[in-house]
Write a protein that binds this ligand. Sequence first.
Ligand code: FAD
Length: 429
Amino acid sequence: MDELTILVAGFSGLSCAYHFPGKTTIYEARDNVGGTAGSMEWEGFTFDYGPHISFTKDTYVQKLLAQGVKDEYVTKQVSNGNYYQGHWVRHPAICNLCDLPPETNRDALLSFIETKERESEIQNYRDWCELGQGKYFAENFTHIYTEKFWTVKPEEMTYQWVGERVAKPTLKRVIDGSLGLQTDTGYYFTEFRYPKVGGYGSYSNFWLEAKDRVNLKLNHRVTKIDLNKRILSFANQQDQEFGETLITSLPLPEFISLVVDVPESVQEAVTKLRCTSIALINIALNEQVNLPYHWFYVYDPDILTPRISIYSNISELNAPEGCTSLQAEVPYSNTRPLPVESLVERVLDDLQKMKMFNPDSILKAWQVNVKYGYVIYDQNREASLNIIHDWMRSKNVEPVGRFGLWQYLWSDQAIKSGKKLIESKFLVT
Ligand SMILES: Cc1cc2nc3c(=O)[nH]c(=O)nc-3n(C[C@H](O)[C@H](O)[C@H](O)COP(=O)(O)OP(=O)(O)OC[C@H]3O[C@@H](n4cnc5c(N)ncnc54)[C@H](O)[C@@H]3O)c2cc1C
């Protein structure tokens, strides 16, 4: 038996194995590594499991990712935007109001000024948006987007996760953007890196430098975990024993459902964790779309997708020459299930409204569902997590990564969560 057993081979699990100096075994259900940050390919068209780019400023992680692709990556200036009722608006829209119709620009600016003059208490994400962006903009843009992307109403969410992710500009910045005096878009990062070939998932190869220490078991879907006997069962493989510590980046609801003899309090806590799932509509086009964006957001409520990515703009090698790889995301959850109609057709119809491409150029369009998309930060999250994590740790199970810690982590943070766990738990002198 190796010194450490890890479930599964996403960026955080691979990071644990990479940073642990002894032998490890990783069990992974798929026949490849990378997890949520992995990639898929069809006839030279590459897509990720939702749009991924690396914008980390952490030089350690930058080097690690570069090592994964042998320095074969592109560095690009971010080009993102918004679609609003036939208008293309620079991103973030609140910082670039002059791209909107004049009445919308005026009303958003007035409302922003009025809001700034009012003292207000922030209870939830709705309040945060209205105070930070003005009530008019929040009601006509951000709240609509929130319901499309997060599948819940903004008042159901807390605001502690926001950080720089949602714009909260100064009055001067909004006035400049309203008058067309802005010198940049106001987005919180300007540059990103991405593998030249193979999609974002190619970065996961960073672990290969440690391959002599790592026993990677692909095609091992865990079906049962006995924490008392320390035995893992698999769909089509023999049971395996594991030692003192088990590390898991499995989504907590999956992990808990696999463990035998879970206390009722933990089972109840896990039912309170919420996240989005995402239906990805991949589209391979035999033409180059005439848009400069790497990705853009769609505010219109009658258009199902909140975000569209153009992978062949992110790296030219993500599609054959003269072609385009596009992806539209349609988030869903228990509270907002997917529409019953054919989703691919519905999304293609929506994209036609936006006149993005000639429908005759579609080579293939298909749907891939991602069960665990974004963790929803609601009022129950913290208390439920404490119950689940305390119990796991009492059983010598260490949660790691985006869905083990149940946090809004980017891939660099997932890598760092693995590094931090190994350093704090196993390398203390
Ligand atoms: C749509 C989207 C866009 C994103 N964009 C970016 C970005 O631009 N930049 C960035 O840095 N990060 C981005 N991220 C975040 C990034 O994907 C994650 O931080 C990272 O992949 C998390 O790695 P992890 O190892 O913690 O978890 P994961 O890789 O998610 O590990 C969990 C894995 O377990 C699998 N699994 C579930 N059930 C089972 C089971 N029973 N048996 C075996 N396996 C199972 C899941 O499918 C998943 O692959 C994005 C995420 C999403 C969803």
